[in-house]
Design a protein around this ligand. Structure first.
Ligand code: MGD
Ligand code: MGD
Ligand code: SF4
Ligand code: MO
Length: 707
């Protein structure tokens, strides 16, 4: 037998498995196992022991090493030498980058700190690499605040008025439901681990009903698909309530004990007959009737009737009201009595996050500062605004991290014009040279999830997770936290909180004084990877809604105070043939641009294998609409309205209902043949509540693209 010599030992690879968490803006927040061989991450797997991940990852994150080690990763700080948007940069040192930024921000802050604006969203959902050190820094400066509305605030607000907080059915219960309404969501693409539970429920005999204007991947696999017009969900819920009340499919005891305003609700929905509802929603009256009966009858039989309401339906003018109306349904039929009944929109508020510690809003108070708030969903217009008494100072500096606004924010034309302003100082912290990074004065290379530490909550399940760093940072990349630490030091902020390490921050991410996180221990979490919150199985089986009245509020006094109808009502879209016939004569087609399965918003578009699977930007159109325009599958088409236009390859398919076109998104503009994407035609108008964007409230016309 040969004995191993020194050289042999040196060549034996050392392989370790690191526990991590998926950082992406996805409800599933998977627990990951990262295989690291000789300091190189070679594989990312789903943790088989984590109950909701169950060893399964989506196609995107299964390729996370491809993204991490991508040849285009930003590895050094860069300074712009070309025009804004052109993408010409040269490498500079970290010292020069930090000195330049600190110098410029210091000079602006001395005049008016509110001329500085952070712009960030959920590129990483980590509590540490998200808004901890960054917000401490901006609060210390007294910069303008950012209203983070781009995704979920319409539905979140509607839900809170009714239920009190974003708390709902536990993901781990859905397999026990007998009826599941998949409402405005495409879980095969965007909520895979819920879909797995729904499939298990189906195997156990449950009925799945999709409510979606488009026959999405998921709708296609449900027992029934109700293809309503976009933006009409609040009407469908009103029609369902009408039928439930008219046919007495109610839980009178639950209503009496745990709800507020039933008599007013009854009055309010009396006019919403199946016929009227069907007209507004563009479906059959029988569909309304059957849907309500299926839902009510399941509850009457004592079966768990569950609703997974997602965000697709709230990206329209009445998006907040739509979610509010839908969340009234479970209380009417007593579905909350079952752990597997009720509704889930988001589980965010189940997590007692220690935001006071993480973000230090007290810096503002201590300095007597009350900065204005800028809405991220109107960044286009706001960047183009001059100083005024109502608006305050012109925005002079923009620091972008965890977001790609030039691709994702509505009405791209205006956004790009704003970013192109010569007198705007823009810093972008990124992994890649995105559409937004092309407009930066300084680009800073950020670490990915494999290279830094973080603590995670979730919005689709109830586990706290730890992300250990698996590898050392590539090139000169630094974690967001470290970048803001360096900036704070250079600007002379000597508060102790700017010296805390990522581990020290993570260790206090959740509030241990709150009983739901009483068992939170960072060291233990790092070892195990995940830990469930301490919460009951059925959140509202015995009422206890966190609303002002403690009840599920069919009538909301708070809504009245906020200038809204206190009762469920219908709010028509801004742009639809019914609500705006004049506009529809010019632009007759409704357009939606929901997520493509192989992208995560605009992340992963630059990962070739995933982009190849999506192919190129497509537009799905019903055969009738295509025939009317003499268009055929494979045609290059131009989609346009008064705000702008973009090109796509046409797919003629009855997946899109008549009158609807669908462009799965969000493409990097520079990876499309015409340098544009769907947000060229979306508008900056906001929803009824939550000041959110109306991405799916858009009318367009489509023609053959000029050769
Ligand atoms: N693969 C993948 N997964 C993702 C994302 C991604 O980009 N890619 N994005 C993540 C993020 S940030 C989010 S917020 C979620 C979003 O995911 P979801 O909450 O599922 O929402 P959307 O994908 O916007 O829309 C889902 C479905 O709603 C439908 N829809 C559009 N308008 C209406 C309407 O008016 N009424 C009804 N009933 N349905 C409508 C669309 O056709 C689509 O099939 O997914 C997350 N997961
Ligand atoms: N037309 C249309 N537009 C939409 C939507 C739609 O359905 N249709 N969906 C909307 C929704 S729901 C959302 S949530 C928004 C999403 O919009 P964004 O939040 O902007 O999401 P992404 O496009 O994924 O961009 C995130 C960026 O953050 C970067 N990033 C990730 N991790 C880190 C990190 O640790 N540090 C730094 N510095 N950067 C990091 C990524 O590289 C990526 O470029 O888009 C919205 N826009
Ligand atoms: S994107 Fe969603 S499904 Fe995919 S790994 Fe991350 S959390 Fe899981
Ligand atoms: Mo989102």
């Amino acid at each position: 037998m040969k004995h191993l010599g020194f050289d042999d030992i040196m060549t034996i690879a050392t392989t370790r498995t690191i526990r991590a968490a998926c950082p992406h803006d996805c409800p599933d927040t998977c627990a990951l196992l990262v295989t690291v061989t000789d300091g190189v991450a070679t594989e990312v797997r789903g943790d088989p022991d984590h109950p909701t991940t169950a060893g399964v990852l989506c196609t995107k994150v299964a390729r996370y090493t491809e993204r991490t080690y991508h040849k285009d990763r930003l590895l050094h700080p860069l300074k712009r030498i070309g025009n804004k948007g052109e993408g010409k940069f040269v490498q500079i040192s970290w010292d020069e980058a930090i000195a330049t930024i600190a110098g410029r921000l210091g000079e602006i802050a001395a005049r008016n700190p509110q001329a500085i604006l952070p712009y960030s969203y959920a590129g990483t959902m980590g509590l540490v690499q998200g808004e901890s050190m960054a917000m401490r820094f901006f609060n210390r400066i007294g910069a303008s605040l950012l209203d983070r509305t781009i995704c979920a605030s319409a539905g979140g607000t509607g839900y809170k008025y009714t239920i009190g907080a974003r708390v709902g059915t536990d993901l781990e219960q859905f397999q026990n439901a007998k009826l599941i309404l998949i409402w405005g969501g495409n879980p095969i693409a965007s909520n895979l681990h819920f879909w797995m539970r729904a499939q298990e429920a189906k195997r156990r005999g449950a009925k799945l009903i999709a409510i979606d204007p488009y026959r999405s991947l998921s709708a296609d696999k449900c027992h029934q698909h109700i293809a309503l017009l976009p933006g009409t969900d609040s009407a469908l819920a009103l029609g369902m309530m009408h039928v439930l009340i008219a046919e007495d499919l109610l839980d009178h005891d639950y209503i009496a004990q745990y709800t507020l305003g039933f008599e007013q609700l009854k009055q309010q929905v009396s006019s919403w007959t199946p016929q009227k509802t069907a007209e507004v929603c563009g479906i059959g009256a029988d569909e309304v009737l059957e849907l309500a009966r299926s839902y009510g009858a399941a509850a009457q039989r004592g079966e768990a009737a569950a609703i997974r309401v997602n965000y697709g339906l709230q990206r329209v003018r009445g998006g907040g009201m739509a979610v509010r109306n839908i969340t009234c349904l479970p209380a009417l039929v007593g579905a909350w009595r079952h752990a597997a009944g009720g509704v889930q929109l988001s589980t965010s508020d189940s997590f007692p996050k220690n935001n006071q510690f993480l973000q230090r809003p007290d810096f503002l108070l201590k300095q007597g500062m009350a900065p204005r708030t800028i809405n991220m969903s109107t960044i286009g217009d706001d960047l183009l605004r001059e100083a005024s008494p109502e608006f305050g100072p012109k925005i002079e500096a923009l620091i972008v991290y965890n977001s790609n606004p030039v691709a994702v924010a509505p009405e791209s034309g205006a956004v790009a014009r704003g970013f192109a302003r010569e007198d705007l100082f823009t810093v972008v912290l990124e992994h890649f040279q995105t559409d937004t990074a092309d407009y930066a004065d300084i680009v800073l290379p950020a670490t990915t999830q494999l290279e830094h530490v973080d603590a995670h909550s979730a919005y689709g399940h109830l586990y706290m997770l730890a992300n250990n760093a698996a590898i050392t940072p590539l090139g000169e990349a630094k974690p967001n936290t470290e970048i803001f630490r360096l900036l704070a030091a250079r600007m002379g902020f000597d508060d102790a909180c700017f010296r805390e390490t990522d581990d020290e921050i993570a260790a206090q991410a959740f509030d241990r004084k709150n009983e739901r996180a009483i068992h939170f221990d960072w060291d233990a979490l790092k070892q195990k990877g995940w830990q469930k919150l301490n919460v009951p199985d059925a959140p509202f089986a015995h009422g206890g809604f966190p609303t002002p009245s403690g009840k599920c509020e069919f009538y909301s006094a708070q809504m009245l105070k906020d200038g809204l109808d206190p009762l469920p009502t219908y709010i028509a879209p801004y742009e639809s043939p019914a609500s705006n016939p004049q506009l529809a004569r010019k632009y007759p087609l409704a357009m939606i641009s929901p997520p493509a399965r192989n992208f995560l918003n605009s992340s992963f578009v630059n990962v070739k294998s995933l982009r190849d699977t999506e192919g190129e930007p497509h537009l799905d159109m019903h055969p009738t609409d295509a025939a009317a325009r003499a268009l055929a599958s494979g045609d290059a088409v131009r989609i346009y309205n008064d705000r702008g236009s973009f090109n796509a390859r046409l797919r003629v398919t009855d997946k899109a209902r008549i009158g609807l076109v669908v462009g799965l998104s969000i493409w990097w503009k520079k990876m499309a043949s015409d340098g544009k994407n769907a947000n060229e035609v979306t508008s900056q108008r906001l929803t009824d509540m939550g000041r959110a964007p109306t991405f799916y409230d858009v009318l367009v016309e489509v023609e053959k693209a000029p050769a």
